[in-house]
Design a protein around this ligand. Structure first.
Ligand SMILES: Nc1nc2c(ncn2[C@@H]2O[C@H](COP(=O)(O)O[C@H]3[C@@H](O)[C@H](n4cnc5c(=O)[nH]c(N)nc54)O[C@@H]3COP(=O)(O)O)[C@@H](O)[C@H]2O)c(=O)[nH]1
Length: 756
């Protein structure tokens, strides 16, 4: 230790300046000079020594700091020689190896790695030594005693030391946690993929541009079957093998629906299955939202519901069949008592609302027990089945025919307009039994008895109507069977007449029972005959001479009216021509023939009239067709077209029963008619009934204004006659002049008139 060592730095500085001053001032002798110089030098040395020590201390501090940084850096540092022996390493690296630094230094790095990593390290180092660049490898370290395997990313660069010895510097970044996190994501994804792969229905995650982002095995199988690359496919290509998104009502696009509603949706589509067949799929689609709540795509799961739907159909069919069984008779297939009651209740409801009529027919087979007793039940069943079939052939769809049990059947007839209509149906039902039932080579002749009740006259409930029809059926049995009866006797009598007439009407023409009566039409001022009206009569064998109101409506209900109308037309034209030819009537006179509304509706009316006129030789302008005002008003376009054609032919057209319909003036003006016939109801009370007087006057004035002929019907008194003349009505007909009469009487009448 020098004598300066205890001095502070500033004292040394001060002594140094003092020594320099003394050296410059007191240098008389060489000795002094040397002494001062020596002292000066010593002080300088001491100062330099002090500086050196401070620098050294600072250096040591820096080295310590560096060593700390080196040791505790989050990165592991290694120095390896070219054989892979660890020359040095920091604490972080030792920590990664899970061992003390002193135990590792001098050992090969390969001993710190997980089994199987040696080759990778070898290649890595060889690569590093052959390159002047940093090279990288991912290494797994030896599993520590507590079972942890660490993973590191090694960046290695070769470096030459002072002795030009090549060694390498390696830094290690612990990637264990990152790898774990990455692995966790991979595991999660794999798990989820396994989950969706485990679902047997096709699942697809679809982006907003219809691209399939992810799919499960089932969806992949469909794509593969269709040779579609699953990585670059759109959903519609996989599901439908088409090149554009689904659209329309049959194939609504679920993605578009989800985008509109932002809600999960379900649609049913026909898809191609993994076996290449078309199947019905229920497609469930849910939105996939991003963190901002925007829809980024959808997840679509398709469920093959083909079999489910087939099962449902089957189930429905079975349900229907059970329902059918519950409501139908097993033997005949007809509605049973239950369904009948239900239908009748509905029919009553409708009839009540529409204020219409309905009928219930109760049918019981006569002596059916004998069939069962004489043969066997199987024969009886076969008969009942055939009875049911024959019944069914008769009815419209909205009528109900039911089997109540045993040999009892019931029928509901809706929309019947007249009470007698039910009798016509009953008669038809009875006619069905005229043909024998051939069962197992046996011919069985059966009959039935029918009771009829009507809503609302005979009851307004199911029970009442069935009970009363049943009662009526028993009366039919008492009446000798094979017949029908209404619940009330009066109705039965009326109905019988109609049924009788209806059934014998068919023979009226062939058996020459129809005849025409003729009523003259009179010039009211001169009382001369100016025309004639043909009026049909039926000379019935049992009931005598029948007027048309008894049988024309019946003929209209069946097709008989066509044949009857044709006969009347021909007979009238023939007779008129004969009278004209023989001079009984003038050749400018007309014969009026009534046309039924039904005839007017038929397409061939015009042809038929033309043919009749040609066949009989009567001039068309000698024929006047009388069409009721109501018929004319029915369909204006059709009516005016037919009338126009008739007029073109030359035939005259009169509006019959004028005043009873509701024709408008405007309408009358448009129709090509030639005459108005004032209905007799307006004439009969003239002059007492002022309304009738006013109406008749108005009709006559109107006809004159429209330049139409006018004829007054049903003139019975002189007063009526005079009144009509005063009003300007030129022509009339009525009992006052003559009743309708057969042709021979008509001829005598003409003769008398001429003479008288
Ligand atoms: N489709 C067809 N319908 C016809 C035919 N013939 C007649 N009818 C329609 O029947 C309705 C009734 O006819 P009818 O019983 O013959 O009565 C006619 C006259 O007998 C009757 N008449 C004539 N004068 C008088 C009278 O002074 N008093 C009185 N109470 N009755 C009288 O009027 C009927 C004349 O009928 P019309 O001129 O046709 O209006 C009848 O109205 C026709 O609708 C036919 O062949 N086909």
């Amino acid at each position: 230790m020098s004598r300066y060592s205890n001095l502070s730095h500033s004292e040394l500085e001060r002594m140094l300046s003092e020594s320099e001053r003394l050296l410059r001032a007191d240098t008389d002798t060489d000795t002094d000079y040397l002494l001062h110089n020596l002292q000066l030098h010593k002080i300088e040395l001491e100062i330099q020594n002090r500086d050196l020590m401070e620098s050294q201390k600072e250096l040591e501090n820096i080295r310590d700091q560096y060593a700390e940084l080196y040791d505790f850096a989050p990165v592991g540092y290694l120095t390896l020689d070219k054989n892979g022996i660890i020359n040095n390493l920091n604490i972080s690296a030792a920590a990664m190896f899970g061992a003390e630094r002193s135990r590792i230094v001098g050992r090969p790095l390969s001993t710190q790695l997980a089994p199987g990593m040696g080759r990778l390290l070898f290649d890595h180092l060889r690569h590093a030594f052959s390159s002047d660049q940093k090279v990288t490898a991912d290494l797994a370290l030896k599993t520590t005693s507590d079972g942890i395997t660490r993973y590191v990313r090694a960046d290695t660069i070769v470096h030459a030391d002072l002795e030009s010895q090549a060694h390498c510097l390696m830094n290690l970044i612990d990637t264990t946690e990152r790898r774990r996190a990455e692995q966790a994501v991979i595991d999660e994804r794999t798990f989820l993929q396994h989950v969706i792969d485990g679902v047997e229905n096709p699942i697809m995650v679809i982006s907003l541009d219809f691209k399939v982002l992810r799919m499960n095995e089932a969806a992949k199988r469909i794509a593969t079957m269709q040779k579609i690359d699953p990585e670059h496919a759109c959903c519609y290509q996989i599901s439908h093998q088409v090149d554009r998104p689904c659209d329309g009502d049959d194939y609504p696009c679920p993605l578009k629906i989800v985008l509109q509603t932002r809600l999960p949706t379900k649609v049913t589509h026909n898809h191609i299955s993994e076996f290449g067949t078309q199947r019905k799929y229920e497609v469930s689609v849910s939105p996939l939202f991003d963190d901002d709540g925007e829809i980024m795509g959808v997840i679509e799961s398709s469920h093959d519901i083909t079999e489910h739907l087939e099962l449902l159909d089957e189930l429905k069919e079975r349900q229907l069949s059970y329902a059918h069984l519950a409501q139908h008779d097993a033997l005949t297939g007809l509605p049973n008592r239950l369904l009948f009651a239900d239908r009748l209740s509905q029919a009553i409801h409708v009839a009540h609302r529409n204020k219409s009529m309905l009928a219930v027919l109760f049918i019981d087979l006569d002596r059916f027990k004998e069939v069962n007793d004489s043969f066997n039940h199987a024969t009886g069943d076969a008969v009942l089945k055939e009875v049911a079939e024959r019944f069914q052939s008769l009815f419209r769809e909205d009528d109900t025919i039911a089997r109540m049990g045993g040999d009892e059947f019931t029928v509901i007839l809706t929309h019947i307009k007249k009470d007698s209509n039910a009798a016509l149906v009953a008669k038809k039902l009875l006619n069905l039994f005229k043909k024998p039932f051939t069962i197992q080579n046996h011919k069985l002749y059966l009959t039935a008895s029918i009771g009829i009740s009507l809503y609302p006259d005979h009851g307004d409930s199911v029970d009442e109507l069935v009970r009363n029809a049943d009662t009526a059926m028993y009366r039919a049995k008492e009446e000798g069977r094979n017949t029908f009866q209404y619940y009330t006797l009066e109705l039965t009598a009326r109905a019988f007449e109609r049924v009788f007439l209806a059934s014998s009407l068919h023979n009226a023409i062939s058996q020459n029972e129809l005849i025409l009566h003729y009523q003259p039409q009179i010039e009211l001022i001169t009382k001369e005959i100016c025309g004639v009206e043909a009026l049909v009569r039926w000379q019935n064998r049992d009931l005598g001479l029948l007027t048309p109101d008894k049988f024309i409506p019946l003929a209209e209900e069946s097709e008989v009216i066509d044949e009857m109308g044709a006969w009347i037309m021909k007979e009238a034209c023939q007779q008129m021509k004969a009278w004209q030819d023989s001079g009984i009537l003038r050749s400018d006179m007309t014969i009026s023939v009534n046309l039924s509304g039904k005839q007017f509706d038929h397409n061939n009316l015009l042809e038929e009239i033309e043919q009749t006129l040609t066949a009989t030789g009567l001039s068309p302008d000698c024929l006047e067709l009388e069409i009721t005002e109501t018929t004319m008003m029915r369909s204006t376009s059709v009516t005016s077209e037919t009338l126009r054609k008739l007029r073109k032919l030359g035939v005259k057209v009169a509006v019959d029963d004028f005043g009873t319909g509701y024709s408008s003036l405007n309408y009358l003006k448009q129709l090509p008619i030639t005459r108005l016939k004032i209905d007799k109801t307006f004439i009969s009370d003239i002059p007492d009934d002022l309304n009738d007087v006013a109406i008749s006057k108005a009709i006559i004035a109107m006809a004159n204004n429209l330049l139409l002929d006018v004829l007054a019907e049903g003139i019975e008194t002189g007063e009526q006659h005079q009144f009509l003349i005063q009003q300007g009505c030129r022509v009339g007909q009525g009992y006052l002049f003559a009743r309708p009469m057969p042709s021979d009487q008509f001829e005598s009448f003409i003769e008398q008139t001429r003479q008288g």
